[in-house]
Design a binder for this molecule. Structure first.
Ligand SMILES: Nc1ncnc2c1ncn2[C@@H]1O[C@H](COP(=O)(O)OP(=O)(O)OP(=O)(O)O)[C@@H](O)[C@H]1O
Length: 229
């Protein structure tokens, strides 16, 4: 499902953010991406959803080579990937409902379908009753849940989450983690970038460790045969 072959990424000449990274994530796998600040976690996620193209090597997502996608093909790739950004990227003047509905509107769903699905996912993340508020009236943790709802509402094939529990207390962290697990059980491939060692230890999932742009540990592939397809 996701394959990196000797991938390097330099934002500028002589400033390598990722250096010769190779790994595979199988369909339906759940893995953590960790490493110190500046190690390259966000950069790696950006390569998966086509926001960056590798300077060298190949990134293959859903069987497509990211470097070969035309600008018109990128939105189709993105519709299969839900992303929870580190800074949430919620639209400040739209309501919670509208922020989540956007994913479905872009995918061309009908109005009544959108209403049902948005309310269902808002219930799942514990945000029912707050659908009419704008993000500025929400706490950091609530904004994080809305970002998660927006990423999951279209039942993506891949979920990428960048520090998704940063602002949360322990109880809320566990709730978010259980939402990830539920999506994963339904078949979504989940990649979570985090500094949170406790979160990683509690879940016993595969861990990829980056340091200074290099992959220093890739864990065990959960579904090796599927990964090689
Ligand atoms: N847009 C950019 N232009 C230039 N350099 C960048 C850019 N974005 C990131 N970098 C550099 O690339 C390296 C990797 O950054 P990245 O954001 O991927 O790290 P990270 O592991 O996600 O860090 P954090 O845990 O702090 O979010 C860092 O040295 C960073 O300074």
């Amino acid at each position: 499902m996701i394959q990196f072959h000797n991938v390097s990424l330099a934002y500028q000449k002589d400033a390598t953010a990722l250096d010769t990274i190779s790994f595979r994530a199988a369909k339906g796998e759940f893995l953590f991406l960790t490493g110190p600040s500046g190690a390259g976690k966000t950069t790696l996620l950006k390569l998966i959803y086509g926001a960056l193209r590798p300077s060298r090597g190949q990134v293959i997502v859903n069987g497509q080579n990211i470097s070969r996608l035309t600008p018109a093909e990128v939105p189709f790739l993105r519709r299969t990937i839900g992303v929870v950004f580190q800074d949430f990227k919620l639209l400040p003047h739209r309501t919670v409902f509208e922020n989540v509905a956007i994913t479905l509107e872009v995918a061309g769903c009908s109005g009544s379908d959108i209403g049902k699905r948005v309310m269902h996912i808002l219930r799942q993340v514990g945000m029912e009753g707050k659908q009419g508020l704008t993000p500025l009236r929400l706490s950091g943790g609530e904004q994080q849940r809305v970002a998660l709802a927006r990423a999951l509402v279209n039942e993506p094939r891949i979920l990428l989450a960048d520090e998704p529990t940063g602002n949360l207390d322990e109880a809320n962290k566990m709730q978010i983690l259980s939402i990830f697990k539920e999506a994963n059980v339904k078949g979504t491939t989940v990649i979570v970038a985090t500094h949170d060692r406790r979160l990683i230890e509690q879940t016993h999932q595969r861990v990829i460790v980056l340091r200074n742009g290099c992959l220093v540990e890739a864990g065990e592939a959960g579904h090796a045969e599927e990964a090689s397809r």
